[in-house]
Design a protein around this ligand. Structure first.
Ligand SMILES: Cc1cc2nc3c(=O)[nH]c(=O)nc-3n(C[C@H](O)[C@H](O)[C@H](O)COP(=O)(O)O)c2cc1C
Length: 193
């Protein structure tokens, strides 16, 4: 078998395995499927697909409600504790707080992100932890932040949540009301503003 036919056989085998995994827990997620599609048309080699899969970033976006209002000191303590752990485990992201409500994006390798999110869900300082999005991608949106932080007023926060819950629904209002650059990055990544 020459190289080309070996590669063609690999492509067929992978297309087959992907079709078999459809509608099972092994079904590739959107990012993985996009890489396999590029492989199928020869735009990426198998080695490139494997490298990109190894390097992929998991994103978890959630919202929650603080059990009690956090004052500035409690928020600083939470951030110091978070940044120290996140720095040691390659987690970056953004925490947004407004009037007892949180939205947080966690991004990093799958295992530490899952471990951290499980801990966060058990944390008694907040409740009603609701996952808004989990996805993989090639990039971090807040690569420089071991945990960025923004506090916003209720109006801006309302539009952040509206945009995340109903992508592209009120695009022009969201453009107008959401001014913070970090929040805009978040919305550009997770809604279709
Ligand atoms: C809104 C919110 C966001 C949090 N974000 C982080 C974080 O980014 N990184 C982190 O290490 N801990 C974070 N924590 C703290 C964790 O929930 C938890 O206290 C910490 O991981 C220690 O877990 P353990 O008490 O189970 O050991 C957050 C807590 C809350 C309430």
């Amino acid at each position: 078998m020459d190289d080309l036919s070996t590669e063609a056989a690999r492509r067929r085998a992978i297309a087959w395995a992907t079709a078999l995994a459809a509608n099972t827990p092994l079904e590739p997620q959107a990012y993985e499927q996009a890489l396999l599609d590029e492989y199928a048309v020869g735009a990426l080699s198998l080695e490139q697909v494997l490298r990109l899969l190894d390097e992929r970033v998991k994103h978890v976006l959630y919202r929650s409600r603080a059990t009690q209002a956090f004052d500035e000191e409690e928020l600083s303590e939470l951030l110091a504790e978070s940044r120290s752990w996140n720095g040691r485990h390659g987690i970056t992201g953004l925490l947004c707080y407004s009037n007892r409500q949180f939205v947080q994006l966690l991004e990093g390798k799958s295992n530490p992100v899952d471990l951290l999110y499980a801990r966060i869900q058990r944390d008694p300082r907040h409740q009603q932890v609701t996952t808004l999005s989990t996805a993989h991608s090639a990039q971090r949106f807040f690569a420089d932040w071991q945990m960025g932080f923004v506090t916003v007023d209720e109006g801006e926060f309302h539009w952040v949540l509206t945009s995340l819950d109903h992508p592209s629904h009120n695009a022009s209002l969201i453009e107008q009301y959401v001014q913070d650059p970090h929040l805009r990055t978040l919305l550009e990544a997770f809604s279709q503003v």
